[in-house]
Design a binder for this molecule. Structure first.
Ligand SMILES: [Zn+2]
Length: 244
């Protein structure tokens, strides 16, 4: 789905199927500086991703870089396979890099999580570490597609980052925000490691002038994005107060 010139959202069906049906990857095309994919689905989804890329007019081998918003399995899953196909450079925030690279066990993979979601055992067995070539910093500006600003949005994980596409005013929020049927929501509290920190991150995002928001879980929010973001700031403030 094309959401602006050179910017596509690629909904990939979740396998194994759980509550939320789709993972929403973002593709940013740049003929001069190379194409960028944001997040990579679950392990074993490289074929589904390759066919979504083909719909947007490129092959997996045409990816120049992959930005991982954070360490969770449904974001890094097919990263290693896509790097093999493309030779893409991988970028992520320093605080999540050791988990992505397999040096540390992903923070949300706990015995309790595997008890609750036994289907994740098999997923975990297929998970490959992904080498991070470049550690991104808060406020860093990537010179591609008219400028992409890195916004450090910890809380969901310690090294979560979001991306702001300056030309199109698109916010790629990763899991710092969620959505349902065009309605913007805060981060999913049950999947968020630090709810207060995540609420602070939402406040930072609300300082941006945003036209469209892409949530990895829930897809595209296009209607009154700034207004919805302000509403979510109020809601997450209340949640953070309640929780602690
Ligand atoms: Zn996620």
């Amino acid at each position: 789905m094309r959401i602006a010139a050179g910017v596509y959202v690629l909904p990939i069906p979740r396998v194994p199927r759980e509550a939320e049906g789709f993972l929403n990857l973002t593709l940013v095309l740049d003929a001069k500086n190379g194409n960028t994919l944001v997040d990579t689905g679950l392990p074993g989804q490289e074929e589904a991703i390759a066919s979504a890329l083909a719909d947007a007019g490129i092959g997996a081998r045409d990816l120049r870089r992959i930005i991982l918003t954070h360490q969770d399995l449904d974001h890094v899953g097919s990263g290693a396979a896509l790097v093999r196909r493309s030779g893409a450079r991988v970028m992520a925030h320093a605080a999540d890099a050791p988990y992505i690279e397999g040096e540390l066990r992903p923070l949300k993979v706990t015995p309790e999580m595997l008890e609750r979601r036994p289907q994740m055992r098999e997923v975990l067995e297929r998970l490959e570490p992904v080498g991070v070539d470049e550690r991104l910093e808060d406020t860093e500006r990537l010179e591609l597609a008219g400028g992409i600003r890195v916004i450090f949005t910890p809380g969901h994980t310690p090294g979560h980052l979001s991306l702001y596409l300056e030309r199109s005013k698109i916010l790629v929020a990763g899991d710092a925000l969620t959505a349902e049927g065009g309605r913007l929501n805060g981060p999913n509290p049950s999947a968020t490691l630090d709810v207060r920190e995540a609420a602070r991150s939402v406040r930072r995002l609300a300082e941006l002038d945003v036209k469209t928001i892409v949530c990895y879980h829930g897809g595209v929010v296009g209607e009154d994005a700034n207004g919805q973001l302000r509403r979510v700031v109020e809601e997450t403030r209340d949640d953070a107060n309640r929780s602690g």
